[in-house]
Ligand binder design. Structure first.
Ligand code: FES
Length: 107
């Protein structure tokens, strides 16, 4: 299993376990993480699954695609250098221990 820690805007920290091949968004949805809304269900059409990848992990999540970057422009919260759409981050053993921060608002 692959551990992922979600840190909400208020500092609430939740660590859950997912499987290789899951997206960070689907893991959050399955585990009831409030800070991820994911209106489009992972279709990269909503930007309500926005997260900030911890600096130490950002390089390992891989680069954003151009389409992802375009959709991030629609995010409600500030887009930072470490912003990703969590539906576009696929868990793998390399990401065991991943830490992501959630923005104050998604909608
Ligand atoms: S869930 Fe809609 S863009 Fe990620």
């Amino acid at each position: 299993m692959i551990k992922v820690t979600f840190i909400e805007h208020d500092g609430t920290k939740t660590t859950v376990e997912g499987r290789s091949g899951d997206s960070v968004m689907s893991l959050a949805a399955a585990q009831g993480i409030d800070g991820i809304v994911a209106e489009c269900g992972g279709g990269m059409m909503c930007a309500t699954c926005h997260c900030y990848v911890d600096d130490a992990w950002f390089a390992r999540t891989g680069p954003r695609s151009d389409d992802e970057a375009d959709m991030l422009d629609c995010a409600v919260a500030e887009v930072r250098q470490t912003s990703r759409l969590s539906c576009q981050i696929t868990l793998s053993d390399e990401l065991d221990g991943l830490v992501v921060y959630l923005p104050e608002a998604q909608v």
